[in-house]
Design a protein around this ligand. Structure first.
Ligand code: SF4
Length: 368
């Protein structure tokens, strides 16, 4: 693969977790200090093998649970990334509430992390236990205070809805407590029961689809009423607090991906690292590359951009492919606009309110 030296976004996956959540199908392994040390060496090798530029604007350390690393190992990780962060505008790390201590917050601060993303998921203890989450809402409150008291105020939170046995009242109670924390960004995800998860193995059934749709509508209304602007299907923020890193994905920009479980996209190819830590440790340079034709790319750009409330920028499409969206997808767009599923103005094409909930169906038209 030819390296794109102008890439501005970088994702680093930390695959370690202290315990495994029953819904999780991300790349994760049980925390083990010796394994973390081996992984850090492999990651160092990967960074040396694929040198990256100093133009990065966003860095996102996700997981897994990056803050499960003990202080010395977390410091080693942050030190490894440091050479690439001098021009970074948004530097995010994911946090699980039970893993954050004052010394770790001070480390995050020292290395310039200016945004955190906390997995809250729900308020009620019985729901947290059902998911095998190891924190309480009190831990969440303490984590938020610890961060704010030490100057990290750009705090994003994740919520899961449509959990087994969850009622609309449970969700309302969760949201009341969540907004009391005054986060700058809220992501809402409906539970997906994926193969390979503990929920799947236990035969847990998803909630009724109608209730799930009602929960989504409630969340959108509630967040908007409280000053959070929806900018993507599942994401809401206070003014100017949108996730710059995630916006890069939705605008179909190139990004680097490091470590097992991470994906990247550069110069007309996507690549995936293995999700198996042992394979990664054996060969941290290996990535499965999937070349993208222009047709693939144009479809993927539509797919990603239609997730945004603002939709697809016609200019960005034209600049990228040297052809207008009308010439490529004019008939599909016309048909979808007639059905009331898309809206078009001079600058963009976006989903209507009717279209948003059935985005996957809309995308099938583009595939045809
Ligand atoms: S949801 Fe996050 S914390 Fe839980 S097992 Fe998955 S990666 Fe680890």
């Amino acid at each position: 693969m030819i390296r794109n030296n102008m890439v501005e976004h970088c994702y680093i996956h930390v695959p370690f977790c202290k315990s495994i959540c029953y819904y999780c199908d991300f790349c994760h392994v049980q925390y083990n200090r010796d394994l973390v040390k081996e992984w850090l060496n492999a990651l160092k090798d990967e960074f040396n093998h694929y040198p990256i530029n100093n133009h990065l604007k966003t860095v996102y350390i996700g997981g897994g649970t990056p803050t499960s690393l003990e202080d010395d190992l977390l410091k080693e990780l942050l030190e490894l990334i440091k050479p690439y962060t001098s021009n970074v505008d948004e530097y995010t790390i994911e946090i699980n509430p039970e893993t954050l201590t004052l010394s770790k917050v001070l480390l995050l601060k020292e290395y310039g992390i200016n945004r955190v993303s906390i997995g809250i998921q729900a308020y009620q203890e019985h729901l947290l236990k059902m998911m095998n989450r190891k924190h309480t809402f009190e831990d969440v409150r303490n984590t938020v205070s610890l961060l704010k008291n030490n100057g990290i105020t750009n705090i994003a939170v994740d919520i899961i809805y449509s959990l087994p046995t969850q009622t609309m009242d449970d969700l309302k109670e969760t949201m009341e407590h969540v907004l009391n924390l005054k986060p700058s960004h809220v992501s809402i995800y409906s539970l997906q029961i994926e193969e390979g998860t503990v929920f799947y193995q236990k035969g847990i059934e998803p909630l009724d689809e109608d209730l799930e749709a009602d929960m989504y509508d409630y969340l959108c209304d509630y967040l908007k009423e409280h000053g959070y602007e929806q900018y993507e299907i599942s994401n809401f923020s206070l003014p100017d607090k949108q996730s710059k890193h995630n916006l890069a994905y939705w605008h179909y920009k190139d990004f680097y991906g490091f470590s097992c479980g991470a994906s990247g996209k550069e110069n007309h190819a996507r690549y995936d690292h293995t999700k198996n830590i042992k394979d990664y440790l054996k060969n941290p340079f290996y990535r499965e590359e999937i070349p993208l034709t222009q047709k693939d790319e144009m479809f993927e750009m539509v797919m990603m951009s239609l997730r945004l409330v603002k939709g697809l920028s016609k200019k960005e499409f034209q600049d990228k492919y040297n052809i207008s969206i009308d010439e490529v997808y004019g008939k599909v767009n016309e048909n979808l606009i007639k059905q009331g599923l898309l809206i078009e103005d001079e600058e963009s094409i976006s989903c209507s309110e009717k279209g948003f909930p059935i985005l996957n169906t809309i995308l099938e038209y583009y595939l045809d």
